[in-house]
Design a protein around this ligand. Sequence first.
Ligand code: ADP
Length: 263
Amino acid sequence: SAAVGKRLAPGDIPAWLTVREGARLEVRDVRKSFGGLTVLDGLDLTVEPGSITGLIGPNGSGKTTLFNLIDGATKPDGGQILLDGRRIETADRWARSRAGLGRTHQITRLFPKLSVLRNVVAGSDGTWAAPAITGAQAARGVELLELVGLSDYRDLPAGELSYGQQKLVELIQILMLQPRLVLLDEPAGGINPTQIEQMGALIRELNRTGTTFLIVEHNMPFVLGICDTVHVLAGGRRIASGTPQEVRSDPLVLDAYLTGASQ
Ligand code: ADP
């Protein structure tokens, strides 16, 4: 089908997308509670520039909450979040986006009635208000859609695409902003094997050009296969960090998952 497209190869990533260097993220002693529930209890972690870093942990361990704090959807109760050494935890979401932060969501947030291409350029003017498509933006958008075999669908309403296609479009939407750090919330969840492969190839090739990734993912073969570093959250803290191999054989990690699963 047209959706499969050609395989991504080094050099396929357009040069205009790779002009910015990958960013470094530091989370220092971050705290967040909802009512009486402490979700993040003094969380420290670092995402090295140019890495593909995974964030795993049982359901409810605070992974999505951390993403919300990093991208500015929510404010922390305490602690610091630094992008390349600059504190961003009180900056608004647009300032974070201009600083190079991009994020996809577990449930995609496309405008379902607007065309795929219009969605792709939606963030380009900093408003996310689906601006008119200009020639230059359209050309860039189509270029990126071609990478994942979706350029033939540019004029279709985004809501008519499959869930997996929408996830790929959401990633392309944030790539239009030339991000330096991309947060991916379950990029491989609920999508088919071909789309998982496309998602993985796109992440790998973007990372080869320097882009930093932080990935929350329940698909363990995917996340352990693609990440160079993994942080494990449990009980509002980081309980382990290391290479996928180190984390996989860590008894603390297995224990956290078993305990989490029984709650
Ligand atoms: P994960 O992504 O690791 O599954 P979450 O960050 O989604 O974990 O959730 C951590 C905990 O925080 C859960 O118990 C969840 O119910 C709670 N939580 C998250 N957001 C809110 C909110 N806005 N109001 C109240 N509780 C919340």
